[in-house]
Design a protein around this ligand. Structure first.
Ligand code: FAD
Length: 518
């Protein structure tokens, strides 16, 4: 019997060992034990629960500071292997300049994309390359790319108004500014991407290689993969910029001429505009950065509390081309019918022009006004609806005041690739209208958060009830039903792409489009 017992226990021992090995293999390592070059932080990570919008705060479980693409791949693969038994999600965070928690992951992993900066930005100009390009990491800031490219006399073509944003963050949306009428958004100026999918696979993609993934990721709101590298198209850089502002009191004339400029052969390099509501002192303020062409008349101009429309233009040039630029500007301006006493021109360097919003950021930060709630609303409005929209919104909902700049400028659909994930209106020309409001914390007045949010809702309700065909840019919805309506006929494709590249819905949970199913 003793021999029997010994046999019995060694038999059991073997089974115990097998059981232990299989449990170890099946049970994933805790995050902190993953063999990475970078590391996880589990403490003092509350900054990853904040963003520019300053309204949503969802604390993560951990923040990953990757030192390699493989760190990101291993982490996602780890979460992928945990399968549906775990509710762990992963969000890439560029700078957290999102508005409603899009770069947050509640009790999940936030990947600090800024820490992935292994190699310098690589500008490629020669070796028979017809078009120059730059290879950058997904967490790189556009301002750094600009400075690096300028060393080679080159520049990216399409920008955002503010350059302290990450490449991965803007390419997940679209990246739109006053150059988009000519070059399209930033997502139209990318040759190639390296992406880590929701299964932890590292995939290179372009229009020719893995094209479906390439198009999915561009404008894909972070749903299909994390952009770890991007190849961006470049062109020769100018050195200087003539920066022009003129005012209109008539909306119809303003939009007609703004649109004409976007299709004219000889035109400006940058075309934007904004709406000025009840700001009589504005022209005097511009004196610090712009020269009025007719100082006496400009100082006598009064808006009488009216709503005005500012056309903002820029002409790029090289140092030795200033006279030619002046002549071209004169000719182009002579065809416009703005209020003649309101012509303001400034001459600035190309970098200062592109980095102009950063100057405001520094000022606002010094007054503690940068980190306030930002209930921004960005809309893409079809040309056929823009007059109705303006009449109701600028003539009624916002007729007395606004709580920040209101941008308005047209772009051409032909410059947008309809295979990407971004949703745009169904017309050849549409307008970007951005209500870039700041709220005064704890105010209950017209500059308070609640008031601005209710104005935003009135604007959205009007668009919906009037069937204006408007789409949100940097979209935000709370239910999948609303997301379906946003995507319209493209919803099925978007869903199909999700099930191919991130079937467990691990990525970018802060967009609230898909929920990880348990
Ligand atoms: P984050 O806020 O960190 O991330 C945004 C989303 O992208 C999140 O869902 C995140 O998970 C995902 N993401 C981040 N990195 C990656 C990556 N590498 N791969 C995949 N997904 C990723 N936009 C314009 O188009 N035009 C403008 O002129 C413009 N001006 C702006 C001015 C200011 C002052 C601010 C604050 C924003 C502006 N934006 C503009 C909006 C900007 O494009 C978005 O905020 C965008 O999200 C970029 O910010 P970010 O790099 O901080 O991204």
């Amino acid at each position: 019997p003793q021999v029997q017992l010994a046999k019995y226990s060694s038999y059991h021992k073997i089974w115990l060992i097998i059981l232990f090995i299989s449990i170890t293999l099946v049970t994933p390592l805790p995050l902190e034990n993953l063999p990475l070059e970078g590391q996880f932080s589990f403490e003092e990570i509350n900054h990853a629960a904040r963003d520019f919008g300053n309204r949503y705060q969802l604390p993560p479980l951990a923040v990953l500071h990757p030192k390699s693409v493989s760190d990101i791949a291993k982490t996602i693969k780890h979460v992928w292997k945990m399968g549906q038994g775990s509710d762990l999600t992963v969000a890439a965070r560029g700078c957290g300049h999102s508005l409603q928690g899009q770069s947050q992951a509640h009790q999940g992993v936030v990947i600090n994309m800024r820490s992935l900066r292994l190699h310098p930005i690589q500008v490629v100009v020669q070796n028979g390359v017809v078009q120059p390009y730059v290879d950058v990491y997904g967490g790189e800031l556009w301002i750094n790319i600009l400075h690096e490219c300028l060393k080679y006399g080159l520049t990216p073509k399409s920008w955002t108004d503010y350059l302290h944003l990450s490449v991965g963050g803007t390419l997940s949306n679209a990246g739109v500014s006053g150059q988009a009428f000519r070059h399209g958004p930033q997502i139209s100026n990318v040759h190639q991407l390296e992406v880590v999918t929701g299964k932890g696979e590292v995939v290179n993609c372009s229009k020719k290689q893995n094209a479906e993934l390439f198009h999915s990721v561009l404008g894909g709101l972070g749903q299909f993969g994390i952009i770890t590298r991007a190849r961006i198209s470049l062109e020769p850089a100018p050195q200087m910029v003539k920066w022009i502002r003129v005012l209109y009191s008539d909306f119809d004339t303003f939009v007609r001429e703004q649109e004409q400029l976007t299709v004219a052969k000889a035109t400006f390099d940058y075309i934007e505009g904004f709406v000025i509501i009840n700001r009589t002192g504005l022209l005097n303020n511009w004196r610090t950065s712009f020269d009025p062409q007719d100082p006496v008349q400009a100082s006598q101009f009064s808006s009488d509390g009216k709503t005005l429309f500012c056309l903002e233009l820029a002409k790029y040039f090289k140092h030795d081309e200033a006279d030619l630029a002046d002549q071209e500007i004169k000719l182009m301006l002579s065809q416009l019918s703005y209020i003649s006493s309101t012509l303001f021109i400034a001459q600035v360097s190309y970098v200062d022009f592109l980095d102009r919003v950063h100057v405001s950021e520094i000022k606002l930060r010094s007054k503690g006004l940068w980190e306030v709630p930002h209930p921004w609303l960005n809309l893409l409005i079809p040309k056929s609806s823009i007059h109705r929209f303006a009449e109701q919104v600028f003539g009624n909902i916002l007729k007395d005041t606004s709580n920040g700049p209101i941008l308005i400028y047209p772009v051409n659909k032909s410059k947008w690739d309809n295979r990407t994930s971004v949703v745009i209106p169904e017309e050849d020309v549409f307008y970007l209208v951005g209500f870039l409001s700041s709220a005064v914390p704890s105010s209950t007045g017209s500059d308070g958060l609640d008031h601005i949010l209710s104005q935003n809702k009135r604007i959205l309700d009007f668009c919906e009830s009037g069937r204006l065909g408007v789409k949100q840019y940097l979209p935000h919805y709370s239910t999948q039903q609303e997301w379906k309506a946003h995507f319209g006929p493209r919803w099925e494709v978007f869903k199909q792409r999700k099930s191919t590249y991130d079937p467990l819905a691990i990525l970018a949970p802060g967009q609230r489009i898909f929920q990880k199913s348990l």
